[in-house]
Write a protein that binds this ligand. Structure first.
Ligand code: AMP
Length: 306
């Protein structure tokens, strides 16, 4: 587990000016020029309101390529009606400063009009059955929006490699599937989840939390740790799930959407008797804020080291 600390990680990066690419034309031209110099391009897709979790992705990107492009786009297509698209935090000035600090080379900040000239009426990418459970069940259409924007970003930037956070575990699973199913020539790398020292997973949405909500929100990571510990001490998946769900359901001010333990290989819930690499996943509402968290777990074996 990584703990949030912006100073963490190699400090020998050249810091400089992050070039802002506000349009598709500028992005295409800058990236074509980089590719003509045989630079290995790494893309880090984000929705901005950057925190130490995003910064760790950029640091990882720097280790894997020559030119790091961070996209900042609050993608309307992945928000459902009544979700927080309008109030989603936007702070381009702070994001630019953060990206200069961690050494991103380029920042792609397209507008929704340029990304979706046909509005919601354009061609979209739809995931398979794995896109319909968990996040997909609670946020209908969410993954169509995610997969569509990710494939558009891949076409525009044409990265050699793209970095996604383990925090959005189902998203990473589906992006990997899309890249494989649609033969996209990009390598996907997953970055570890960054937490506060008390266990809260960093999220742009944490800034919506009141101090009381923030305390309540600790139940998400605590439920995952409880399930992981139950598995490590010989409990089966059913017992581990029950422990975690009881903890969440007994937390005042928290409304549980789902808690489950799924196989890393196919994102399907694990049964008792099965053993292998699994992952706890949880989503809950705390006050007006919807939060998700995840943790790697081993079913029927020793505790993973991360
Ligand atoms: P977002 O801006 O929420 O779309 O996130 C952009 C990328 O950052 C995604 O790949 C997320 O999984 C990743 N990310 C978000 N929060 C964290 C975190 N706490 N630790 C590591 N990566 C994160």
């Amino acid at each position: 587990m990584q703990v949030a600390d912006p100073r963490q990680g190699p400090e020998d990066y050249p810091r400089g000016v992050t070039r802002i690419l506000p349009t598709l034309v500028e992005a295409r031209a800058a990236l074509a020029e980089a590719r003509s110099r045989n630079q290995r391009v790494v893309l880090v897709p984000t929705m901005g309101a950057l925190h130490a979790g995003h910064e760790s992705l950029v640091r990882l990107a720097r280790q894997h390529g020559d030119l790091v492009v961070v996209s900042i786009f609050v993608n309307p297509l992945q928000f459902g009606p009544g979700e927080d698209f309008e109030r989603y935090p936007r702070d381009l000035e702070a994001d630019t400063a953060a990206l200069e600090r961690v050494g991103a080379d380029m920042m792609f900040t397209p507008t929704a009009d340029e990304m979706y000239p046909a509005g919601r009426g354009g061609t979209t990418v739809t995931g398979g059955p794995a896109a319909r459970g968990f996040e997909g069940a609670h946020r209908p259409g969410h993954f169509d929006g995610v997969l569509t924007v990710v494939s558009k970003l891949f076409h525009i930037v044409q990265p050699d490699l793209a970095i996604f956070g383990e925090k959005d575990a189902q998203q990473v699973f589906l992006v990997r599937r899309m890249v494989s199913d649609l033969n996209m020539p990009v390598e996907i790398i997953t970055a570890p989840l960054v937490r506060e020292s008390d266990g809260l997973a960093l999220s742009s949405r944490n800034r919506y939390l009141t101090p009381g909500d923030r305390q309540t929100a600790l139940a998400l990571s605590q439920s995952l740790a409880a399930a992981r510990d139950a598995l490590a001490t010989g409990g089966g998946p059913t017992a581990a799930r029950d422990t975690a769900r009881a903890l969440l359901e007994g937390t005042p001010g928290l409304s549980l959407e789902y808690f489950d333990i799924v196989r890393e290989a196919n994102f399907a819930p694990v049964d008792d008797g099965w053993d292998g690499d699994a992952r706890g996943i949880v989503a809950a509402r705390v006050g007006t804020t919807r939060l998700i968290d995840t943790m790697a777990m081993r079913v029927g074996g020793p505790l993973p080291t991360t």
